[in-house]
Design a protein around this ligand. Sequence first.
Ligand code: NDP
Length: 425
Amino acid sequence: MRPNSQALKHGSSHDTEREFGGALGALCIPVSLPLTVLFLIGVSRSPEASVFQWPPPLPSTDQLWDPLALVLLLGWIALHALLYVMPLGKVSEGLVLRDGTRLKYPINGFHGLCVSCVLLLLLLVLGAPLGSLFELLVPLAACAIAASFLFSVYLYTRSFWVPSHALALGGNTGNPLYDFFIGRELNPRIGNFDLKYFCELRPGLIGWMVINLGMLMKEVELRGSPSLAMMLVNSFQLLYVADALWNEEAVLTTMDIVHDGFGFMLVFGDLAWVPFTYGLQASFLVVHPQALSPLGAATIIALNGIGYYIFRKSNSQKNQFRRDPTHSSVARLETIATATGKRLLVSGWWGIVRHPNYLGDLLMALAWSLPCGFSHLLPYFYVVYFTVLLIHREARDERQCRAKYGLAWDSYCRRVPYRIFPYVY
Ligand code: NDP
Protein backbone atom coordinates (compact mmCIF):
# COMPACT_ATOMS: atom_id res chain seq x y z
CA MET A 1 0.00 0.00 0.00
CA ARG A 2 1.17 3.56 -0.70
CA PRO A 3 2.38 5.59 2.27
CA ASN A 4 -0.46 7.90 3.36
CA SER A 5 1.58 11.03 4.10
CA GLN A 6 0.78 12.49 0.68
CA ALA A 7 -2.96 12.04 1.14
CA LEU A 8 -2.78 13.66 4.57
CA LYS A 9 -1.01 16.73 3.29
CA HIS A 10 -4.28 17.67 1.67
CA GLY A 11 -6.47 16.62 4.61
CA SER A 12 -7.81 18.81 7.35
CA SER A 13 -6.24 16.63 10.02
CA HIS A 14 -3.09 18.78 10.11
CA ASP A 15 -5.14 21.53 11.65
CA THR A 16 -6.36 19.53 14.63
CA GLU A 17 -5.98 20.96 18.10
CA ARG A 18 -2.99 19.60 20.03
CA GLU A 19 -3.42 18.11 23.47
CA PHE A 20 -1.11 17.34 26.41
CA GLY A 21 0.94 20.50 25.84
CA GLY A 22 1.48 19.88 22.11
CA ALA A 23 5.02 19.16 20.86
CA LEU A 24 6.62 20.26 24.14
CA GLY A 25 4.43 17.87 26.10
CA ALA A 26 5.19 15.15 23.56
CA LEU A 27 8.90 15.71 24.18
CA CYS A 28 8.76 15.96 27.98
CA ILE A 29 6.17 13.30 28.87
CA PRO A 30 7.97 10.29 27.29
CA VAL A 31 11.10 11.28 29.23
CA SER A 32 9.58 12.27 32.54
CA LEU A 33 6.91 9.58 33.00
CA PRO A 34 9.25 6.56 32.64
CA LEU A 35 11.59 8.21 35.15
CA THR A 36 8.59 8.84 37.41
CA VAL A 37 7.71 5.12 37.33
CA LEU A 38 11.24 4.15 38.42
CA PHE A 39 11.32 6.96 40.98
CA LEU A 40 8.00 5.95 42.56
CA ILE A 41 8.99 2.30 42.82
CA GLY A 42 12.25 3.44 44.45
CA VAL A 43 10.40 5.69 46.90
CA SER A 44 7.84 3.03 47.81
CA ARG A 45 10.56 0.67 49.07
CA SER A 46 12.95 3.21 50.60
CA PRO A 47 12.80 3.48 54.42
CA GLU A 48 11.77 7.16 54.31
CA ALA A 49 9.23 6.59 51.50
CA SER A 50 9.32 10.34 50.96
CA VAL A 51 8.46 11.73 47.54
CA PHE A 52 10.55 14.79 48.44
CA GLN A 53 13.81 13.00 49.33
CA TRP A 54 16.98 14.23 47.67
CA PRO A 55 18.72 12.80 45.72
CA PRO A 56 15.71 10.98 44.25
CA PRO A 57 15.96 7.21 44.76
CA LEU A 58 16.41 6.25 41.11
CA PRO A 59 17.85 2.78 40.43
CA SER A 60 21.43 2.41 39.16
CA THR A 61 21.80 1.14 35.59
CA ASP A 62 22.82 -2.38 36.71
CA GLN A 63 19.59 -2.61 38.77
CA LEU A 64 17.55 -2.00 35.63
CA TRP A 65 18.46 -5.19 33.85
CA ASP A 66 17.60 -8.78 34.71
CA PRO A 67 17.13 -11.32 31.87
CA LEU A 68 14.46 -13.08 33.96
CA ALA A 69 12.38 -9.89 33.90
CA LEU A 70 12.47 -9.81 30.10
CA VAL A 71 11.51 -13.50 29.86
CA LEU A 72 8.62 -12.99 32.29
CA LEU A 73 7.36 -9.90 30.48
CA LEU A 74 7.50 -11.46 27.00
CA GLY A 75 6.03 -14.74 28.29
CA TRP A 76 3.19 -12.83 29.96
CA ILE A 77 2.33 -10.85 26.83
CA ALA A 78 2.55 -14.04 24.70
CA LEU A 79 0.22 -15.88 27.12
CA HIS A 80 -2.39 -13.13 26.87
CA ALA A 81 -2.02 -12.87 23.11
CA LEU A 82 -2.72 -16.61 22.96
CA LEU A 83 -5.77 -16.26 25.23
CA TYR A 84 -6.98 -13.36 23.07
CA VAL A 85 -7.07 -15.48 19.91
CA MET A 86 -8.68 -18.49 21.62
CA PRO A 87 -12.33 -18.93 20.60
CA LEU A 88 -13.62 -18.05 24.07
CA GLY A 89 -16.53 -15.68 24.79
CA LYS A 90 -18.59 -13.76 22.27
CA VAL A 91 -17.51 -11.45 19.48
CA SER A 92 -18.80 -7.86 19.47
CA GLU A 93 -18.80 -5.08 16.92
CA GLY A 94 -17.24 -1.69 17.61
CA LEU A 95 -18.81 1.63 16.61
CA VAL A 96 -19.11 2.55 12.93
CA LEU A 97 -15.78 3.82 11.55
CA ARG A 98 -15.28 6.74 9.13
CA ASP A 99 -15.31 4.36 6.15
CA GLY A 100 -18.70 2.98 7.28
CA THR A 101 -17.36 -0.40 8.48
CA ARG A 102 -17.37 -1.87 11.99
CA LEU A 103 -14.54 -3.91 13.47
CA LYS A 104 -15.11 -7.15 15.38
CA TYR A 105 -13.61 -7.66 18.85
CA PRO A 106 -13.40 -10.82 20.99
CA ILE A 107 -14.97 -10.25 24.42
CA ASN A 108 -12.83 -12.72 26.35
CA GLY A 109 -10.72 -10.57 28.69
CA PHE A 110 -12.52 -11.98 31.74
CA HIS A 111 -11.62 -15.47 30.57
CA GLY A 112 -8.01 -14.24 30.44
CA LEU A 113 -8.28 -13.09 34.06
CA CYS A 114 -9.77 -16.44 35.16
CA VAL A 115 -7.08 -18.45 33.37
CA SER A 116 -4.42 -16.20 34.93
CA CYS A 117 -5.91 -16.79 38.41
CA VAL A 118 -5.89 -20.57 37.89
CA LEU A 119 -2.27 -20.47 36.69
CA LEU A 120 -1.25 -18.33 39.66
CA LEU A 121 -2.99 -20.69 42.10
CA LEU A 122 -1.14 -23.59 40.46
CA LEU A 123 2.16 -21.75 40.83
CA LEU A 124 1.40 -21.06 44.51
CA VAL A 125 0.56 -24.72 45.13
CA LEU A 126 3.81 -25.73 43.42
CA GLY A 127 5.66 -23.35 45.74
CA ALA A 128 6.78 -20.85 43.08
CA PRO A 129 8.47 -17.88 44.79
CA LEU A 130 5.94 -15.21 43.75
CA GLY A 131 7.33 -12.91 46.44
CA SER A 132 10.46 -12.52 44.25
CA LEU A 133 8.40 -10.14 42.11
CA PHE A 134 9.26 -7.58 44.77
CA GLU A 135 12.97 -7.77 43.85
CA LEU A 136 12.14 -7.98 40.13
CA LEU A 137 9.88 -4.93 40.09
CA VAL A 138 12.51 -2.45 38.87
CA PRO A 139 13.87 -4.60 35.99
CA LEU A 140 10.30 -5.57 35.05
CA ALA A 141 9.31 -1.91 34.90
CA ALA A 142 12.46 -1.09 32.89
CA CYS A 143 11.62 -3.85 30.37
CA ALA A 144 8.00 -2.64 30.12
CA ILE A 145 9.21 0.91 29.47
CA ALA A 146 11.71 -0.24 26.81
CA ALA A 147 9.02 -2.43 25.22
CA SER A 148 6.63 0.56 25.17
CA PHE A 149 9.16 2.67 23.28
CA LEU A 150 9.98 -0.07 20.74
CA PHE A 151 6.31 -0.90 20.22
CA SER A 152 5.43 2.77 19.73
CA VAL A 153 8.17 3.12 17.09
CA TYR A 154 6.68 0.10 15.30
CA LEU A 155 3.17 1.61 15.49
CA TYR A 156 4.33 4.99 14.26
CA THR A 157 6.25 3.48 11.34
CA ARG A 158 3.49 1.16 10.17
CA SER A 159 0.94 3.98 10.29
CA PHE A 160 2.48 5.45 7.09
CA TRP A 161 1.29 2.43 5.14
CA VAL A 162 -2.39 2.42 6.09
CA PRO A 163 -5.15 4.25 4.20
CA SER A 164 -5.86 7.76 5.49
CA HIS A 165 -9.35 6.86 6.77
CA ALA A 166 -7.63 4.46 9.22
CA LEU A 167 -5.77 7.32 10.92
CA ALA A 168 -6.96 9.06 14.10
CA LEU A 169 -8.07 12.62 13.42
CA GLY A 170 -6.03 14.04 16.28
CA GLY A 171 -2.81 12.16 15.52
CA ASN A 172 -1.81 13.62 12.19
CA THR A 173 -0.53 17.08 12.84
CA GLY A 174 2.59 16.47 10.74
CA ASN A 175 4.82 17.00 13.81
CA PRO A 176 6.57 13.60 14.14
CA LEU A 177 7.19 13.95 17.87
CA TYR A 178 3.59 14.82 18.65
CA ASP A 179 2.14 12.21 16.31
CA PHE A 180 4.45 9.52 17.74
CA PHE A 181 3.24 10.45 21.21
CA ILE A 182 -0.50 10.82 20.58
CA GLY A 183 -0.78 7.99 18.02
CA ARG A 184 -1.43 8.11 14.26
CA GLU A 185 -3.32 4.93 13.51
CA LEU A 186 -6.73 4.51 15.13
CA ASN A 187 -7.10 0.74 15.20
CA PRO A 188 -3.79 -0.92 14.27
CA ARG A 189 -4.34 -4.60 13.60
CA ILE A 190 -2.26 -7.58 12.53
CA GLY A 191 -4.87 -9.64 10.73
CA ASN A 192 -7.82 -9.70 13.16
CA PHE A 193 -5.58 -9.05 16.16
CA ASP A 194 -6.38 -5.54 17.41
CA LEU A 195 -3.24 -4.20 19.08
CA LYS A 196 -4.87 -1.28 20.92
CA TYR A 197 -7.84 -3.26 22.22
CA PHE A 198 -5.50 -6.07 23.34
CA CYS A 199 -3.25 -3.71 25.31
CA GLU A 200 -6.08 -1.67 26.79
CA LEU A 201 -7.28 -4.16 29.44
CA ARG A 202 -5.21 -7.33 29.36
CA PRO A 203 -1.42 -7.63 29.90
CA GLY A 204 -1.10 -4.44 31.94
CA LEU A 205 -4.30 -4.62 33.96
CA ILE A 206 -4.02 -8.32 34.80
CA GLY A 207 -0.25 -7.88 35.26
CA TRP A 208 -1.01 -5.28 37.95
CA MET A 209 -2.96 -7.99 39.84
CA VAL A 210 -0.02 -10.41 39.57
CA ILE A 211 2.34 -7.76 40.95
CA ASN A 212 -0.09 -7.10 43.84
CA LEU A 213 -0.18 -10.82 44.60
CA GLY A 214 3.63 -10.88 44.48
CA MET A 215 3.74 -8.08 47.08
CA LEU A 216 1.28 -9.98 49.28
CA MET A 217 3.46 -13.11 49.05
CA LYS A 218 6.51 -11.04 49.92
CA GLU A 219 4.72 -9.94 53.08
CA VAL A 220 3.98 -13.59 53.87
CA GLU A 221 7.71 -14.38 53.38
CA LEU A 222 8.74 -11.53 55.68
CA ARG A 223 6.06 -11.68 58.37
CA GLY A 224 4.36 -15.06 58.09
CA SER A 225 0.94 -13.81 56.96
CA PRO A 226 -0.56 -11.04 54.86
CA SER A 227 -1.66 -7.90 56.71
CA LEU A 228 -5.26 -6.68 56.73
CA ALA A 229 -4.15 -3.54 54.88
CA MET A 230 -2.48 -5.63 52.14
CA MET A 231 -5.55 -7.85 51.79
CA LEU A 232 -7.80 -4.81 51.42
CA VAL A 233 -5.56 -3.24 48.75
CA ASN A 234 -5.37 -6.55 46.85
CA SER A 235 -9.13 -7.19 47.07
CA PHE A 236 -10.23 -3.67 46.13
CA GLN A 237 -7.95 -3.54 43.11
CA LEU A 238 -8.88 -7.08 42.05
CA LEU A 239 -12.56 -6.05 42.17
CA TYR A 240 -11.75 -3.04 39.96
CA VAL A 241 -9.86 -5.10 37.39
CA ALA A 242 -12.40 -7.94 37.40
CA ASP A 243 -15.17 -5.37 36.88
CA ALA A 244 -13.34 -3.78 33.94
CA LEU A 245 -12.86 -7.17 32.28
CA TRP A 246 -16.38 -8.38 33.06
CA ASN A 247 -17.67 -5.23 31.33
CA GLU A 248 -15.02 -5.38 28.61
CA GLU A 249 -17.53 -4.62 25.87
CA ALA A 250 -17.99 -1.12 27.32
CA VAL A 251 -14.41 -0.27 26.36
CA LEU A 252 -15.49 -0.32 22.70
CA THR A 253 -17.31 3.00 23.17
CA THR A 254 -14.60 4.77 25.20
CA MET A 255 -12.51 7.71 24.02
CA ASP A 256 -9.40 5.50 23.95
CA ILE A 257 -10.88 3.12 21.38
CA VAL A 258 -13.17 5.47 19.44
CA HIS A 259 -11.15 8.67 19.31
CA ASP A 260 -7.46 8.32 20.26
CA GLY A 261 -4.78 6.94 17.97
CA PHE A 262 -2.52 4.20 19.30
CA GLY A 263 0.78 5.86 20.12
CA PHE A 264 3.24 6.17 22.98
CA MET A 265 0.66 7.78 25.29
CA LEU A 266 -1.66 4.76 25.34
CA VAL A 267 1.04 2.10 24.89
CA PHE A 268 3.08 3.35 27.82
CA GLY A 269 -0.06 3.94 29.91
CA ASP A 270 -1.33 0.40 29.31
CA LEU A 271 1.92 -1.53 29.58
CA ALA A 272 4.05 0.42 32.06
CA TRP A 273 2.20 3.18 33.90
CA VAL A 274 -0.88 1.23 35.04
CA PRO A 275 0.79 -2.00 36.23
CA PHE A 276 3.70 -0.29 37.97
CA THR A 277 2.12 2.79 39.55
CA TYR A 278 -1.52 1.92 40.24
CA GLY A 279 -0.54 -0.70 42.84
CA LEU A 280 2.19 1.29 44.63
CA GLN A 281 0.26 0.88 47.89
CA ALA A 282 1.07 -2.85 47.87
CA SER A 283 4.83 -2.40 47.43
CA PHE A 284 4.73 0.39 50.04
CA LEU A 285 3.07 -1.97 52.55
CA VAL A 286 5.80 -4.59 52.12
CA VAL A 287 8.37 -2.20 53.61
CA HIS A 288 6.04 -0.05 55.73
CA PRO A 289 3.54 -2.32 57.49
CA GLN A 290 0.43 -0.58 58.81
CA ALA A 291 -1.85 -1.61 61.64
CA LEU A 292 -5.52 -1.26 60.78
CA SER A 293 -8.35 -1.42 63.33
CA PRO A 294 -11.50 -3.41 62.48
CA LEU A 295 -13.50 -0.14 62.56
CA GLY A 296 -10.98 1.54 60.24
CA ALA A 297 -11.13 -1.43 57.87
CA ALA A 298 -14.95 -1.45 57.92
CA THR A 299 -15.07 2.28 57.12
CA ILE A 300 -12.65 1.86 54.22
CA ILE A 301 -14.60 -1.14 52.88
CA ALA A 302 -17.80 0.95 53.04
CA LEU A 303 -16.12 3.81 51.15
CA ASN A 304 -14.89 1.44 48.45
CA GLY A 305 -18.37 -0.11 48.26
CA ILE A 306 -20.07 3.29 47.86
CA GLY A 307 -17.52 4.33 45.22
CA TYR A 308 -17.98 1.07 43.34
CA TYR A 309 -21.78 1.35 43.50
CA ILE A 310 -21.76 4.88 42.00
CA PHE A 311 -19.13 3.92 39.40
CA ARG A 312 -20.88 0.74 38.25
CA LYS A 313 -24.46 2.02 38.34
CA SER A 314 -23.67 5.21 36.43
CA ASN A 315 -21.53 3.48 33.81
CA SER A 316 -24.15 0.76 33.31
CA GLN A 317 -26.96 3.32 33.08
CA LYS A 318 -25.23 5.22 30.28
CA ASN A 319 -24.13 2.06 28.46
CA GLN A 320 -27.67 0.68 28.62
CA PHE A 321 -29.09 4.01 27.42
CA ARG A 322 -26.66 4.13 24.50
CA ARG A 323 -27.30 0.50 23.55
CA ASP A 324 -31.10 0.55 23.91
CA PRO A 325 -32.81 3.77 25.07
CA THR A 326 -36.16 1.96 25.20
CA HIS A 327 -34.96 -0.58 27.80
CA SER A 328 -37.18 -0.55 30.91
CA SER A 329 -34.30 0.46 33.21
CA VAL A 330 -33.69 3.73 31.34
CA ALA A 331 -36.88 4.41 29.36
CA ARG A 332 -38.41 6.59 32.13
CA LEU A 333 -35.37 8.84 32.54
CA GLU A 334 -35.62 12.43 31.39
CA THR A 335 -33.55 13.21 28.29
CA ILE A 336 -32.89 16.06 25.89
CA ALA A 337 -32.66 15.76 22.12
CA THR A 338 -29.54 16.71 20.17
CA ALA A 339 -29.12 17.56 16.50
CA THR A 340 -27.23 14.28 15.92
CA GLY A 341 -30.32 12.23 16.72
CA LYS A 342 -28.73 10.90 19.93
CA ARG A 343 -30.26 12.02 23.24
CA LEU A 344 -28.56 13.08 26.48
CA LEU A 345 -29.65 11.87 29.91
CA VAL A 346 -30.55 14.72 32.26
CA SER A 347 -31.93 12.67 35.14
CA GLY A 348 -30.77 9.55 36.98
CA TRP A 349 -27.03 9.38 37.70
CA TRP A 350 -26.19 11.68 34.78
CA GLY A 351 -28.53 14.32 36.20
CA ILE A 352 -26.55 14.57 39.47
CA VAL A 353 -23.18 15.53 37.96
CA ARG A 354 -21.91 15.37 34.37
CA HIS A 355 -19.46 12.57 35.22
CA PRO A 356 -20.86 10.48 38.10
CA ASN A 357 -18.67 7.57 36.97
CA TYR A 358 -15.54 9.67 37.68
CA LEU A 359 -16.87 10.50 41.14
CA GLY A 360 -17.27 6.81 42.00
CA ASP A 361 -13.84 6.01 40.58
CA LEU A 362 -12.23 8.70 42.74
CA LEU A 363 -13.94 7.46 45.93
CA MET A 364 -12.52 4.01 45.21
CA ALA A 365 -9.07 5.48 44.56
CA LEU A 366 -9.18 7.09 48.01
CA ALA A 367 -10.23 3.78 49.59
CA TRP A 368 -7.16 2.09 48.03
CA SER A 369 -4.83 4.56 49.75
CA LEU A 370 -6.41 4.75 53.20
CA PRO A 371 -5.24 1.25 54.34
CA CYS A 372 -1.70 2.68 54.16
CA GLY A 373 -2.38 5.17 56.96
CA PHE A 374 -1.57 8.87 57.03
CA SER A 375 2.17 8.86 57.74
CA HIS A 376 3.30 9.06 54.07
CA LEU A 377 2.20 10.82 50.91
CA LEU A 378 3.32 8.10 48.51
CA PRO A 379 0.29 5.78 48.89
CA TYR A 380 -1.87 8.79 47.97
CA PHE A 381 0.00 9.28 44.72
CA TYR A 382 -2.66 7.36 42.78
CA VAL A 383 -5.64 9.33 44.08
CA VAL A 384 -3.87 12.67 43.47
CA TYR A 385 -2.70 11.68 39.98
CA PHE A 386 -6.11 10.20 39.15
CA THR A 387 -7.93 13.37 40.23
CA VAL A 388 -5.72 15.38 37.85
CA LEU A 389 -6.20 12.80 35.07
CA LEU A 390 -9.99 12.71 35.41
CA ILE A 391 -10.30 16.51 35.59
CA HIS A 392 -8.23 16.73 32.40
CA ARG A 393 -10.17 13.88 30.79
CA GLU A 394 -13.46 15.51 31.72
CA ALA A 395 -12.32 18.72 30.02
CA ARG A 396 -11.31 16.78 26.86
CA ASP A 397 -14.66 14.96 26.82
CA GLU A 398 -16.51 18.21 27.42
CA ARG A 399 -14.79 19.79 24.38
CA GLN A 400 -15.69 16.81 22.22
CA CYS A 401 -19.30 16.75 23.43
CA ARG A 402 -19.69 20.49 22.85
CA ALA A 403 -18.37 20.02 19.30
CA LYS A 404 -20.74 17.04 18.78
CA TYR A 405 -23.91 18.34 20.42
CA GLY A 406 -23.56 22.16 20.32
CA LEU A 407 -26.54 23.94 21.90
CA ALA A 408 -27.97 20.73 23.35
CA TRP A 409 -24.73 20.25 25.30
CA ASP A 410 -24.96 23.81 26.63
CA SER A 411 -28.49 23.22 27.84
CA TYR A 412 -27.34 19.94 29.50
CA CYS A 413 -24.61 21.92 31.28
CA ARG A 414 -27.17 24.43 32.49
CA ARG A 415 -29.42 21.62 33.80
CA VAL A 416 -26.48 19.78 35.40
CA PRO A 417 -23.99 22.47 36.41
CA TYR A 418 -21.46 20.34 38.34
CA ARG A 419 -18.90 18.26 36.48
CA ILE A 420 -17.65 15.63 38.96
CA PHE A 421 -18.21 16.64 42.61
CA PRO A 422 -21.74 17.84 43.47
CA TYR A 423 -21.72 21.47 44.69
CA VAL A 424 -17.90 21.61 44.46
CA TYR A 425 -16.70 21.13 40.87
P1 NDP B 1 -17.39 8.09 29.87
O1 NDP B 1 -17.92 6.73 30.15
O2 NDP B 1 -17.52 9.08 30.96
O3 NDP B 1 -18.12 8.59 28.58
C1 NDP B 1 -18.19 9.92 28.14
C2 NDP B 1 -19.18 9.92 27.01
O4 NDP B 1 -20.50 9.63 27.51
C3 NDP B 1 -19.35 11.24 26.30
O5 NDP B 1 -18.35 11.44 25.32
C4 NDP B 1 -20.71 11.06 25.65
O6 NDP B 1 -20.51 10.23 24.50
C5 NDP B 1 -21.47 10.25 26.71
N1 NDP B 1 -22.25 11.10 27.58
C6 NDP B 1 -21.82 12.15 28.33
N2 NDP B 1 -22.84 12.69 29.03
C7 NDP B 1 -23.93 11.98 28.70
C8 NDP B 1 -25.30 12.05 29.08
N3 NDP B 1 -25.75 12.98 29.93
N4 NDP B 1 -26.16 11.16 28.55
C9 NDP B 1 -25.72 10.22 27.69
N5 NDP B 1 -24.45 10.10 27.28
C10 NDP B 1 -23.57 10.97 27.78
O7 NDP B 1 -15.91 8.00 29.33
P2 NDP B 1 -14.53 7.54 29.89
O8 NDP B 1 -13.94 6.62 28.88
O9 NDP B 1 -13.75 8.76 30.25
O10 NDP B 1 -14.80 6.73 31.27
C11 NDP B 1 -15.29 5.40 31.36
C12 NDP B 1 -14.94 4.84 32.74
O11 NDP B 1 -13.54 4.53 32.79
C13 NDP B 1 -15.19 5.83 33.88
O12 NDP B 1 -15.77 5.16 34.96
C14 NDP B 1 -13.80 6.31 34.26
O13 NDP B 1 -13.76 6.65 35.64
C15 NDP B 1 -12.95 5.11 33.92
N6 NDP B 1 -11.57 5.47 33.60
C16 NDP B 1 -10.57 4.90 34.34
C17 NDP B 1 -9.25 5.18 34.07
C18 NDP B 1 -8.17 4.57 34.90
O14 NDP B 1 -7.01 4.78 34.58
N7 NDP B 1 -8.49 3.83 35.93
C19 NDP B 1 -8.87 6.08 32.98
C20 NDP B 1 -10.00 6.62 32.26
C21 NDP B 1 -11.29 6.33 32.56
P3 NDP B 1 -21.68 9.89 23.42
O15 NDP B 1 -22.74 10.92 23.60
O16 NDP B 1 -20.98 9.96 22.10
O17 NDP B 1 -22.16 8.52 23.75
